[in-house]
Design a protein around this ligand. Structure first.
Ligand code: NDP
Ligand code: GDR
Length: 355
């Protein structure tokens, strides 16, 4: 029997990697995408099949996490064996500007999906994965952070995800759902959203190398993150749902590096050594006049409350799921910079052609 999966957030970074993984395993994959005035399926276009063809295994449905009736209808139509709830307003800094929307999509959206399973009587059929996050740990209480580390959210995003985490646990305990949380630490890739710090850096390193950008403005350079590769992490999501019993798991590399170090690695890929001496706010807004200082700090990117240090302990996932990361930070940075050198050059060419 072909297994059927439903992925919310299929057009995002993780949704694209997960769809690819599940298709390679023979699943029929249903994804929820939002209506947008511009194309938003770029990350999954290579997987798309014309619905008029035979044996189509990737099917897209319009939907939104803020629309309960729509979610119920889609779950009813699809009758999924596995639901991966990846949809979210996922940008921490943006959540300070859109806190109510973030709570609605990320917090209540999760509840809507769990309720859909219950209303449709699919408790015994549909396994549920919730995209929880290391942001739940927020303020440092313990290092490294593991499944038992107390939560202390530091943003509207993390507070919304905290609700989603606990409502997932509650539906597991109250209604016997096979519902699990993956508490995933940061994971990146060449298709990471361009405003997250890693991709912002690798794109800038590429553009500066190609002479198309002068400098890179960043916020807190000393924040430390546990960065892995998204391809490894979607494999972990799948393994979580293959367990006989639902549970909550940390997926992480166990290593932590500063934003500053990530910058050094990315620019080194283009043959450039970063000199930090000129760091600081440039009141004039000019940069790179001398061609040396390519990274500057803009307080606009500071967050009202910051998460200073994340480093996860993936011990439980290693033991129970046989999961561990396979891509090192340097390998990932190299892959991202190489990809962005191509992407930035192509964008520039296109812009040139169209005047
Ligand atoms: P992205 O931001 O790349 O993707 C988010 C997806 O959610 C997109 O498909 C987006 O659609 C969709 N979406 C946003 N709002 C809604 C809505 N209201 N209704 C329906 N769909 C919506 O995130 P990632 O792929 O990086 O992350 C996937 C999930 O994992 C998220 O929930 C994130 O919070 C969580 N997470 C991510 C980590 C990471 O390091 N990447 C770590 C831990 C957790 P559109 O394309 O139209 O914008
Ligand atoms: P994060 O990722 O907040 O960890 O959330 P992001 O890449 O946005 O920030 C990481 C750290 O870098 C610092 N930083 C900057 N961040 C951005 N975006 N832009 C900058 O210019 C900049 N300069 C410094 C930040 O202050 C922060 O400390 C990601 C998202 O994918 C969440 O959805 C997910 O839950 C967590 O990872 C785990």
């Amino acid at each position: 029997m072909t297994k059927r999966a439903l992925i919310t957030g299929v057009t995002g970074q993780d949704g694209a990697y997960l769809a690819e993984l599940l298709l390679s395993k023979g699943y029929e994959v249903h994804g929820i995408k939002r209506r947008s005035s511009s194309f938003n399926t770029e990350r999954i276009d290579h997987l798309y099949q014309d619905p008029h063809e035979q044996d189509v295994r990737l099917l897209l449905h319009y939907g939104d996490m803020t629309d309960a009736t729509n979610l119920i209808r889609i779950v009813q139509e699809v009758q999924p064996d596995e639901i991966y709830n990846l949809a979210a307003q996922s940008h921490v800094q943006v959540s300070f500007e859109t806190p109510e929307y973030t709570a609605n999509a990320d917090g209540l959206g999760t509840l809507r999906l769990l309720e859909a399973i219950r209303i449709l009587g699919l408790e015994g059929k549909s396994r549920f994965y919730q995209a929880s996050t290391s942001e739940l740990y927020g303020m440092v209480r313990e290092v490294p952070q593991r499944e038992t580390t107390p939560f202390y959210p530091r943003s509207p995003y993390a507070a919304a995800k905290l609700y989603a985490y606990w409502v997932t646990v509650n539906y597991r305990e109250a209604y016997g759902l096979h519902a699990s949380n993956g508490i995933l630490f940061n994971h990146e890739s060449p298709i990471r959203g361009e405003t997250f710090v890693t991709r912002k850096i690798t794109r800038a390193a590429a553009a500066i190398h190609l002479g198309l950008q002068d400098c890179l403005w960043l916020g807190n350079l000393d924040a430390r993150r546990d960065w892995g590769h998204a391809r490894d992490y979607v494999e972990g999501m799948w393994r979580i749902l293959q367990q006989a019993e639902p549970d909550d798991y940390v997926l992480a590399t166990g290593e932590s590096h500063s934003v500053r170090h990530f910058v050094e690695l990315a620019f080194a890929e283009t043959g450039r050594t970063i000199e930090w001496d000129g760091e600081g706010v440039d009141e004039t807004g000019r940069c790179a006049e001398d061609g040396h200082i390519v990274v500057r700090v803009d307080p606009r990117y500071f967050r009202p409350t910051e998460v200073d240090l994340l480093v996860g302990d993936p011990g439980k996932a290693r033991q129970r799921l046989g999961w561990q990361h396979t891509v090192s930070l340097t390998e990932m940075v190299a892959e991202m910079v190489t990809s962005d050198l191509g992407a930035v050059a192509r964008e520039h060419e296109r812009r040139d052609r169209h005047g």
